[in-house]
Design a binder for this molecule. Structure first.
Ligand code: DGJ
Length: 690
């Protein structure tokens, strides 16, 4: 809902539980008024009438109060907008008009020939903000154009939550007290990065998992990005964020050109961290993730089983075993194309390897379909190996600096996707691939960061950082439109490209290359702060986990860990015993029974993974699912009962495992035993409201 007051200079956006308000002063300064619980227009107008802080030398009267601080004038905060025109740096803007269309509020400003529009849209309790720059004057160099600056109310003791990590250790949740100055997170790597999800949360006055005020912001961008959380000298807190880090987001707008930033979404919740996560999840399922109402199938992926050593017959045999287990989607990972027998060759040559698939992918795909499964493949379109036909033909199609070494990671170079010829090549190859065999699913990987992001011959090569991402999005959008039945997964050496931007055009994401079921609990805990189980791919792989740590764990523990997201199996089924295959079949069957609750239900993190008992709970209508894990039991002490959340206290719930009937109030206040013992135990508990 959008309300307008103050003679058309105060705006109030409201969702089911929250409001966001802003207004223009007489001299066209755009001030932030409110972000928090629902208020009325009369409240916003009172806030709009408040005077600015008194003048003091060495202080800005605007810092910490403005909606979108531009560079220049009486400001000392990090500018959200920094442009250079005819050698002059900074912005002096005046308000032109506001428009409302389909619940979207647009505030138009101008500085000479540069039009600057701030966009606002409330979806559920999420405020989506973005900015458009339209140049009609002399060329403008855009040094920085953040999507939004968020202003928090004046409080004491803010705490910052973020998820950080690296390869195989993504999404580690940390909470630290905010202090004066700036805390900057981001990626200078060309992709979202394993190092941080582009999300922060700020809480105050000791928010807990289910209580207290939490503010969150998440950026919808899959390239370089930067989010800065600043506590200003007067203790006010602002969060500004958008594309680019240092000079990796520079753009140049000639007359007649325009640029639209990605969305930076913000959410206020007074339901603690759990309430904030549920609101983020509901928003993504309703507005971001394609076809979120459809449950994702159980997948088998052969990567950990076979790596590059693949053959058609071996894949067929794995498919037969996967189908017998109840798997619904069989995916051939890396190694099916070009001369891809190791990571040294083949990237770029997107036709089936004739030695491995003499008649192409079609026979295998058809056999997989005949087994009752969908068929999927792996690709990494943005990359090329020097040892490939593509690179031999077009060595200038990669990002490089003239006269400098071309840095390789995993023996590969990054294609310059900002080039139209590269875009067309990839479109043709991928379109042919999807047209040439019955392919239902594409795992789209990205296995190295940008290092030598040059574009010889291009007058403004810096634009490559942004245009690569736009070209990636366009290619995905075009493929989705041409092949609407094909689902896509975003992968980047595990979870290196997970953000609201890629999520709007993929069906699920690969959470991490770390498939150790214990490590995964922590990774999933961090991931769930912002993203829902509906997109979180998780595989059951072999024990011992030879990839990372040789940890031995039961099939039960591995399955229950992976059942917290979109279940997949990635072990070497050729080596699984008949007993293991039979047990796995039962777990897959159980997952199919609970998956709509897991993938579409409300998530409650009952206990974080911290060494002992941990558990998550999902609620969808009258169905409740609890997944619980015990890492280690100590001193023979019985394991604490699990106190459930989100139930109706006066209703009764029947446990489908034991047949026992429980009162909602008792389950929430006193809890129920999960029945776990020893080390690495796990359980699935299903309850139904009766
Ligand atoms: C990295 C991915 O995260 C893995 O799952 C696998 O697809 C490999 N790439 C293949 O090269």
């Amino acid at each position: 809902m959008l309300e307008i007051g103050g003679d058309g200079r105060t705006w109030l956006l409201s969702g089911p539980t929250s409001s966001y308000a802003l207004s223009l002063t007489e001299d066209d300064t755009l001030l932030h008024l409110h972000w928090g619980p629902r208020i009325g227009l009369a409240d916003a107008e009172v806030l709009a009438d408040r005077p600015l802080p008194p003048y003091r030398g060495f202080e800005s009267q605007l810092d910490g109060l403005e909606e979108y601080p531009v560079e220049g004038g009486p400001r000392f905060v990090r500018p959200a907008l920094s442009v250079r025109t005819d050698g002059i740096r900074g912005t002096e803007w005046t308000f032109s008009a506001y428009e409302v269309e389909d619940d979207e509020l647009r505030l138009r400003f101008a500085d000479g020939g540069l039009g600057i529009t701030l966009h606002y849209r409330m979806r559920h309790d999420v405020v989506e903000r973005w900015v458009t720059l339209a140049n009609e004057g002399s060329a403008v160099e855009v040094l920085r154009a953040d999507s939004a600056t968020w202003t928090l109310p004046l409080r004491e003791d803010w705490r910052l939550s973020q998820v950080h990590g690296r390869w195989a250790a993504e999404s580690q949740l940390v909470r630290t007290d905010l202090t004066y100055g700036e805390q900057v997170i981001g990626s200078r790597r060309g992709h979202t990065g394993h190092q941080h999800l582009p999300w922060v949360a700020l809480d105050t006055e000791g928010a807990t998992e289910e209580r207290g005020e939490v503010y969150g912001c998440a950026l919808a961008w899959s390239g370089t990005w930067r989010v800065c959380v600043a506590q200003l000298p007067d203790a006010r807190v602002q969060i500004t964020g958008g594309i680019g880090y240092d000079d990796s987001g520079l753009l140049r707008l000639e007359a007649g050109e325009s640029y639209t930033t990605p969305v930076f979404a913000g959410l206020w919740s007074d339901g603690g961290f759990g309430g904030a996560s549920r609101a983020w999840h509901a928003y993504q399922r309703a507005y971001v993730i394609p076809h979120a109402e459809q449950d994702r199938p159980v997948l088998y992926n052969s990567w950990e089983a076979t790596e590059f050593d693949i053959s058609e017959d071996q894949q067929r045999e794995l498919a037969r075993r996967a189908a017998a287990m109840g798997v619904e989607l069989f995916v051939v990972d890396d190694g099916w194309f070009g001369k891809r027998t190791s990571d040294r060759a083949g990237l770029g040559d997107w036709t089936p390897n004739p030695d491995r698939f003499p008649a192409g992918l079609k026979p295998l795909a058809e056999d997989v379909r005949a087994l009752g499964m969908q068929f999927g493949i792996w690709v990494e379109p943005e990359m090329v190996n020097a040892d490939s036909d593509l690179y031999r033909a077009h060595p200038d199609w990669v990002q490089f600096q003239p006269g400098r070494k071309r840095t390789e990671f995993r023996n590969q170079l990054v294609l310059n996707l900002a080039r139209e010829d590269v875009q067309e090549y990839l479109w043709e190859k991928l379109d042919n691939l999807l047209s040439g065999a019955p392919i239902d699913y594409v795992k789209w990987d990205f296995n190295r960061c940008f290092t030598d992001a040059g574009w010889p011959g291009e007058p403004y090569p810096q634009k490559l950082w942004v245009e690569h991402v736009h070209a990636f999005y366009r290619l995905l959008d075009r493929l989705r439109a041409a092949h609407p039945g094909v689902a896509f997964e975003s992968c980047s050496g595990g979870g290196g490209r997970i953000d609201l931007g890629v999520m709007a055009r993929t069906d699920q994401v690969w959470t991490s290359d770390n498939t150790d079921p214990l490590d995964r609990l922590a990774i999933q805990h961090g991931f769930s702060q912002i993203h829902p189980a509906r997109v979180m791919a998780a595989w059951v792989t072999d024990s011992p986990n030879t990839q990372l740590n040789d940890r031995v764990s039961s099939l039960r523990f591995r399955f229950v860990s992976a059942m917290a997201g979109v279940l997949g199996v990635g072990g070497d089924l050729a080596k699984w015993s008949e007993e293991e295959l039979a047990e796995a079949r039962e777990w897959v069957e159980l997952y199919k029974e609970i998956r709509s609750v897991v993938q579409r239900g409300d998530l409650f993190r009952l206990r974080p993974p911290a060494g002992g008992l941990s558990a998550v709970q999902y609620v969808l209508d009258d169905e409740v699912v609890v997944l619980a894990w015990l890492q280690a039991q100590h001193y023979g002490e019985p394991v604490a009962p699990l106190r459930l959340q989100g139930l109706e206290p006066t209703k009764t719930y029947e446990c489908r495992e034991s047949g026992e009937v429980h009162r909602g109030a008792v389950l929430m206040h006193h809890g129920m035993p999960a029945g776990l013992r020893g080390d690495f135990d796990a359980a699935v508990i299903r309850l139904r409201r009766i």
